[in-house]
Design a protein around this ligand. Structure first.
Ligand SMILES: Cc1cc2nc3c(=O)[nH]c(=O)nc-3n(C[C@H](O)[C@H](O)[C@H](O)COP(=O)(O)O)c2cc1C
Length: 183
């Protein structure tokens, strides 16, 4: 599948069949995150692979916020999650001092890693969905994440319950999002 086909065919999966994902495949997915670019090459990420029952339950619980709201009502069928939390970036002192880039770039860097992981997963025949909202405290408690290591995104990874036909993307038009030389 060439890149354009991947762009057109990738979609978020919200129905998994529950089949476990081989750890070797999960590690290949994380490798795509590990090799991603980051501002100042700071690599401000830590990937927590979750595939055992107790930890899975912990993540499922952490995906519920504000008395029951969740971005992933289908979370119980997800066989693996990749929880991406912030690792304190080891930037050059001059950068830290003058531009305070670390904080501004961390979510951007982690977003890039997350996207690369989604495409790698797709290449491996896996489906994914990024999940943005979580209860930080619950995530910290259940996965032993030290305080301050913000969870920026959680990837649900698995096999789709059924193959969905590639659909036309609901996207803004090129004219809506792009212009030459002026806003
Ligand atoms: C940062 C981020 C957070 C997201 N959080 C959720 C979520 O909590 N629940 C969900 O079902 N989808 C979530 N999504 C998936 C988006 O809804 C999805 O990417 C968008 O609707 C476009 O659809 P597509 O991925 O199928 O092309 C998230 C996507 C991103 C990039």
């Amino acid at each position: 599948m060439d890149f354009n086909e991947m762009l057109l065919n990738r979609e978020s999966c919200r129905a998994f069949n529950g089949q476990p994902v081989d750890r070797e495949l999960l590690l290949q997915v994380v490798e795509a995150g590990r090799l991603s670019p980051s501002a100042c090459n700071a690599q401000p990420w830590r990937f927590i692979l979750v595939d055992e029952a107790e930890a899975l339950k912990g993540v499922q619980d952490a995906l519920v916020v504000d008395g029951g709201a969740t971005g992933a009502p289908w979370r119980d069928k997800v066989p693996a999650f990749i929880v991406v939390c912030e690792e304190f970036a080891n930037t050059m002192p001059i950068v830290r001092q003058h531009y305070n880039t670390t904080q501004r770039f961390v979510p951007l860097d982690i977003g890039l890693a997350a996207m690369n992981m989604c495409y790698k997963a797709m290449e491996l025949g896996l489906s994914t969905c990024m999940i943005g909202v979580c209860d930080q405290d619950v995530m910290e408690q259940r996965l032993g994440i030290p305080e301050g290591h913000t969870v920026w995104v959680t990837l649900a990874v698995g096999y789709p319950a059924k193959e969905t036909a590639p659909r036309k993307k609901m996207r803004k038009t090129i004219e809506d999002v792009c212009s030459f030389n002026h806003y």
